[in-house]
Design a protein around this ligand. Structure first.
Ligand code: ASP
Ligand code: MG
Length: 424
């Protein structure tokens, strides 16, 4: 979030006017039905004993999917401005119902959309980033109510166009509001107990972590652990907001706390194993080995907001030519191939290949840098099980292996066993 100098001063004085606030966010499954909305209202009412509450909610259940489907029934290529306006209605419904429910419980509640509140974003439809939040409006709103119910996922541009923040964007709304209001914590209520060492539905031995660092969660979330949106975690790290992932249906549980993890490395080098099956691998073969080539490829993809990962360009036996390989989300594959095919002719490359039969299996841990035996154990675990590794990449906090999709769950389970993650 950026402020102009005068905006900054106004925001600072508004911040001083704000009372201490608890920030709570409830996802789609938590507000799926009226019974659940009532349950959420009870949690909010309970919290009001400790001061004012700002609640961010997602659309009820699968509403966003349903709205997307409607748009695609209308046209194959929906106009992005209208699409955002449509998608934002899901959250508009849930805020009104929650505020209504709270009022039946004698709570002084008020619902606001992102445009009413002033959550300003860039003018990029369907994946806009937040630029500014009008803290003045927040302070004003809390002067007239105890529970402010804010629509997640929505934004508004300086021109007044409605935007959305990308799927799962309500987490980002909640963290941004926690940062804007100076809250120390942001509680993300969901339908699981917190963050585990791996997906407990697939690996029953997976263990609930009481604490994990921002960096590890970003990696785990990016690598397929869908508890919290990685962008929200990045933002929390940037503003020092402590996240707590908690179960709506067990509100008394503490859940998992996500923070800077300063002292964490001392007792734990690995935090989990994550799989991501919604991935595809692409390669552009025999591109000229010249300065600027990689930039052209990556820029062309970035222009379409296609996120790429595991980018590799390695030693190649044919002098003067390179192969560049990377992974993209499966949904971005058709567009990626189209862009690469265009570049291929422009740059005189030989071919574009795609492999959809892949999944990423990653070992994540803040304390694994400088411990080569971890990689050795990881690769031999897969090797001994005759699981072929198609690609490998590593960073300070993770080692990712691409394997064929059908073997991903087995690979994750073997890795979880090999590193005894149930004991971390
Ligand atoms: N309703 C939006 C979605 O389903 C945003 C969210 O749930 O966070 O993606
Ligand atoms: Mg949702």
């Amino acid at each position: 979030m950026s402020h102009s100098t005068s905006g900054l001063a106004a925001a600072e004085s508004a911040k001083r006017r704000l009372p201490p606030i608890s920030v709570l966010k409830f996802g789609g499954t938590s507000v799926k039905s009226m019974a659940r909305i009532q349950h959420v209202a009870e949690i909010v009412k309970e919290r009001l004993k400790h001061g004012k509450v700002l609640v961010v909610v997602s659309a009820m259940g699968d509403t966003t999917d349903y709205l997307l489907k409607l748009a695609h029934q209308c046209t194959k290529n929906p106009d992005q401005r209208e699409l955002d306006s449509l998608l934002s209605t899901g959250e508009h419904i849930s805020i009104t119902l929650l505020a209504m429910m709270l009022k039946t419980m004698e709570v002084s509640a008020r619902s606001v959309t992102a445009y009413q509140l002033g959550i300003f974003t860039e003018s990029v439809h369907t994946k806009a980033r937040i630029l500014d939040i009008k803290t003045e409006n927040l302070a004003d709103a809390f002067e007239t109510c105890d529970a402010l119910v804010v629509a997640g996922f929505q934004g508004v541009t300086a021109n007044g166009d409605i935007t959305t923040l990308g799927r799962g964007g309500s987490d980002t709304t909640a963290v941004a509001l926690a940062a804007a209001s100076g809250a120390k914590y942001c509680d993300i209520y969901t339908d699981v107990d917190g963050i585990y060492t791996s997906d407990p539905n697939k690996i029953p031995k997976a263990r609930l972590l009481d604490r994990i660092s921002y960096g590890e969660v970003v990696e785990m979330a990016r690598l397929g652990a869908q508890v919290i949106h990685p962008r929200a975690v990045e933002l929390a790290r940037q503003y020092g907001v402590i996240l707590r992932v908690r179960n709506t249906f067990k509100p008394e549980h503490e859940g998992t706390s996500i923070d800077g993890g300063e002292d964490m490395e001392i007792y734990r080098s690995i935090s989990g194993v994550a799989t991501d099956k919604d991935q595809a691998c692409v390669a552009i073969m025999d591109v000229p080995d010249q300065p600027g080539i990689a930039a052209r490829i990556v820029e062309a993809l970035a222009k379409k907001a296609i996120v790429i990962d595991m980018i590799m360009q390695a030693f190649h036996p044919t002098a003067g030519l390179n192969n560049i390989t990377f992974t993209v989300a499966s949904t971005d594959l058709p567009q990626t191939i189209k862009i690469l095919e265009e570049l291929k002719s422009e740059m005189g490359a030989k071919a574009v290949h795609a492999d959809e039969d892949i999944a990423k299996v990653s070992l994540v841990g803040a304390g694994m840098a400088g411990q080569p035996e971890i990689a050795a154990r990881l690769f031999s675990t897969l090797g001994n099980a005759k699981i072929n590794i198609k690609m490998i990449s590593s960073s300070e906090m993770k080692i990712t292996c691409v394997v064929s999709r059908g073997q991903a769950d087995k690979a994750a389970k073997l890795i979880h066993d090999a590193f005894e993650l149930e004991k971390v």
